[in-house]
Design a protein around this ligand. Sequence first.
Ligand SMILES: [Zn+2]
Ligand SMILES: [Zn+2]
Length: 177
Amino acid sequence: MLIDLKKITHVSRRITQTLGPGWWEKAGDKGLVLGFEDPLSVSVEIYRAGDKYVLEGSLNGSLQVRCDRCTESYRRELKTAFRLFLAPPPRDGFDEEVALTPEDLAGDFIVGETVELDDIIREQIYLAVPMKSLCRIDCRGLCPECGADLNQGDCRCLKSSGRPEFAKLKNLKFEGE
Ligand SMILES: [Zn+2]
Ligand SMILES: [Zn+2]
């Protein structure tokens, strides 16, 4: 959804949207986030502050995320709130007066005099999912030998205990008994 900044004043404007699974699929991204489990509620307020725009929003829903360890998809709640400062790119002649702060990086989202809200939402979704995203804290992951999902049970490699590290673990256990 494009927001026309020319229409944004110091009076905050609220935008609410519900995005269905198709919205994410359209982005064609099949990385960490596979899709939506539930429709995503988006609530955004935008207003002008001096020569900048302030965008405050929240996202509520749940995602289908790929587990970093076993590669299976799992459901992950998404509840996030964010605040961005949008600064129009500096114009010729005004450059000296513009002090660049990290906040101004959000200016990337401004094209002409519009902001693509979809891009901002997509980035916030990515920011809300940790790099190491696990389906559960004790996910056993995949066997490095045969690739079996060890959450489904031990694979043959583990059972035969032919690997030295597993044999050692077994011995330790025996010693303790
Ligand atoms: Zn997992
Ligand atoms: Zn195995």
